[in-house]
Design a protein around this ligand. Structure first.
Ligand code: HEM
Ligand code: HEM
Length: 457
C-alpha cells in the first residue's frame, strides 16, 4: 500500500471532495460571468438588451460567484482535509459536511439567480437578497459547528497555525456577515447615510482580510512545509502573523471611504493600519519563504505547491499596492477607476484564488489515493492563469492610471474612452485564457475525482 492509499483508508474525505467539486464548478461559472462583463465593457452593445445578463447584474453575479462559489469553498475543501489530519482525528460529521456543501451550492445558486432577476440589496459585496443572507449565515454556522466539534474531539493537543486561521476565518465571517449585511433589517439590508457606508466597508474588507486571507494562509502554512519536506521556519512568527492580522486588518475598512465625509479619526486609523498591514503580511511571507528556501525544485515538482507559492508572491504585491493605495495622495489618482479593479484581481484571484487551486491540486491525489488525472492539464491551467492574471494586473493598472490622471486634470470623460478601448480588448482576451483554464481545471478535477484509472500523465 502506498502512503497515499493508506492515508485514504484511515480518513474519510467526502466533505473535502464535495467542496472541491463545488469550487471547481463555480470557478468555471464565475469566469464565464467575468468574461461576459468584460465583453460588455469592450463592446457596450453586447447583451445590452438582455436584462438578466446586463452589466449591472452580471458584475455582482461574477463577484458573488467568485467569492462564495469558487475561492471560499476551494480553501474550505483543503481545510476539511487538513484539519482532521493536523488534529489526528476524524471530521466530526462527514454527513453534515456533505449536506453543508449541498446547502452551500443551493445558497450560491439562489443568490446568483436572485441577482440576475433583479433582487439585490445594491450594496457592494452585500448584494444578496435577505433570504440568501440568512442561508449564508446558516452555512457558515454549519461549517463552524463541524470544525469546532472536530477540535473538541482531537487527539493532538497542539493547534498548528493552519487550524487557528481556518477557525478564525469562519467564526469572524459568521459575525461580520450579519453585521455588514444589516440582517436585522430585512427590507433594505442597510442602515441610513454615512454609518451605513462605514459598516458596509468594515464588512467589505473583512471578506478579504478575515475570510479569504486567513483561509488562504492556513492552506499555505499546511502545504508548503509538506511539499518541501521542511519544518516550519518559526512557530513564534506564525503566531505573531496570526494575531497581528486579527488586530490590524479589522481596522482598515474605512480606507475605502477616504473621499467620503466620515470622521477624520476613523480615516486616520484606517490609513495607519493599512500601512501597518506590512507587519502581518511580511511576517507570514518571511516565515513561509524561509521555510521553502533552497527548495524551489520541490515546489516546481508539486503542482499544488507551485500554485500556492505563486499565491504568496501575489500576496506580497497585493500588500505593497494596498498599503500605498491607502495613502490619501496616492488615492487621489487611484480611486474610482480600474487601478482598484486590478488590485482586486491581484488580491482575490492572484493570491486567494490561486492558493485555493493549489490546495485543491495538493489534496486531490490524497483524497483519491491516485495521481491526478492529468498533470499536463494542471500545468497548462497554471500557465493560462498566470499569464491571465499577470496581464490583468498590468492592463488594469495602466488603464487606472490613464483614467485617474485624466480625471485629476479635469479631462472630459468621453475623451478618455477611445484611449482605454484597446486595454479593454486586452482584458477580455486575457480573461478568455483564464476562463479556458477554469474549464480545463474542472474537467481535470472531475476526471481525477470520479473517473480516475490511476494513470499518471
Ligand atoms: C494586505 C494589505 C492590503 C491593503 C493595505 C489593501 C488596501 C486596499 C485599499 C486602500 C483599497 C481601496 C482602494 C480604493 O477604493 O481606492 C483596497 C481595495 C480592495 N482590496 Fe485591498 N488591500 C490589501 C490586500 C488585499 C488582499 C489580500 C485582497 C484579497 C484577498 C484585497 C482585496 C481588495 C478588493 C477586492 C478591493 C476592491 C474593493 C472595491 O470593490 O472597491 N486587498 N485595498
Ligand atoms: C475570465 C476571467 C475574468 C474576467 C474577464 C473578469 C472580469 C471582471 C470585470 C469586467 C469586473 C468588473 C470591473 C468593473 O466594475 O469595472 C470584475 C470585477 C471583479 N472580479 Fe473579475 N474577472 C475574471 C476573473 C476573476 C476571478 C477568477 C476573480 C477572483 C478569484 C475575480 C474577482 C473579481 C473581483 C473581486 C471584482 C470586483 C472588483 C472591484 O470592485 O474592484 N475575477 N471582473
Amino acid at each position: 500500500m502506498t502512503g497515499e492509499e493508506s492515508e485514504k483508508s484511515s480518513y474519510q474525505n467526502q466533505t473535502a471532495k464535495a467542496f472541491t467539486l463545488t469550487s471547481a464548478s463555480w470557478f468555471a461559472v464565475a469566469t464565464t460571468f467575468g468574461l461576459i462583463a468584460a465583453t460588455y465593457l469592450m463592446a457596450p452593445d453586447f447583451v445590452a438588451n438582455i436584462e438578466f445578463v446586463h452589466f449591472g447584474r452580471m458584475r455582482p453575479m461574477h463577484i458573488n460567484a467568485v467569492l462564495f462559489g469558487f475561492v471560499t469553498p476551494g480553501l474550505l475543501a483543503a481545510a476539511f482535509y487538513y484539519i482532521p489530519r493536523l488534529l489526528r482525528t476524524q471530521l466530526y460529521s462527514q454527513k453534515l459536511g456533505v449536506l453543508t456543501a449541498i446547502f452551500w451550492n443551493a445558497t450560491v445558486a439562489a443568490g446568483i439567480v436572485g441577482v440576475s432577476l433583479g433582487y439585490t440589496q445594491g450594496r457592494e459585496y452585500a448584494e444578496l437578497p435577505w433570504i440568501v443572507d440568512i442561508m449564508v449565515v446558516i452555512v457558515f454556522a454549519l461549517v463552524l459547528f463541524n470544525l469546532l466539534m472536530t477540535v473538541t474531539q482531537r487527539m493532538e493537543p497542539i493547534l498548528y497555525v493552519s487550524v487557528w486561521y481556518a477557525i478564525a476565518a469562519v467564526v469572524l465571517t459568521a459575525c461580520t456577515y450579519c453585521l455588514g449585511n444589516v440582517i436585522w433589517k430585512p427590507d433594505t439590508g442597510a442602515l441610513v447615510g454615512i454609518p451605513d457606508a462605514i459598516l458596509l466597508w468594515f464588512y467589505g474588507h473583512n471578506i478579504f482580510g478575515l475570510l479569504l486571507t486567513p483561509l488562504a494562509l492556513g492552506v499555505a502554512y499546511y502545504v508548503l512545509p509538506i511539499a518541501t519536506r521542511s519544518p516550519l521556519y518559526s512557530h513564534t512568527m506564525s503566531l505573531i502573523g496570526f494575531w497581528s492580522l486579527i488586530i490590524v486588518y479589522t481596522h482598515v475598512g474605512t480606507h475605502h471611504l477616504l473621499q467620503v465625509p466620515v470622521p477624520t479619526w476613523l480615516k486616520t486609523i484606517s490609513i495607519v493600519d493599512s500601512v501597518a498591514m506590512v507587519i502581518p503580511v511580511m511576517v507570514v511571507l518571511i516565515n513561509l519563504w524561509y521555510t521553502v528556501k533552497g527548495k524551489l525544485g520541490e515546489i516546481h515538482a508539486d503542482i499544488g505547491a507551485k500554485f500556492i507559492f505563486t499565491g504568496t508572491i501575489y500576496y506580497f504585491f497585493a500588500n505593497m499596492q494596498g498599503s500605498m493605495m491607502a495613502l490619501p495622495h496616492v488615492q487621489r489618482i487611484t480611486h474610482f477607476n480600474n487601478w482598484v479593479v486590478g488590485h482586486a484581481h491581484v488580491g482575490v484571484f492572484g493570491f486567494a484564488g490561486i492558493t485555493a487551486l493549489g490546495g485543491l491540486y495538493f489534496i486531490l491525489p490524497r483524497l483519491t489515493g491516485k495521481p491526478l488525472h492529468s498533470r499536463f492539464l494542471a500545468d497548462l491551467q497554471y500557465w493560462l492563469i498566470l499569464i491571465g492574471i499577470t496581464g490583468f494586473a498590468v492592463v488594469l493598472t495602466t488603464v487606472g492610471l490613464i483614467q485617474g490622471n485624466a480625471w485629476y486634470n479635469g479631462e472630459t470623460l468621453y475623451r478618455t474612452l477611445p484611449e482605454i478601448q484597446p486595454y479593454y480588448i486586452a482584458r477580455a482576451s486575457l480573461g478568455t485564457l483564464i476562463m479556458i483554464g477554469a474549464y480545463l481545471g474542472l474537467y481535470n478535477i472531475i476526471r481525477s475525482l470520479y473517473f480516475n484509472r490511476g494513470a499518471a500523465t
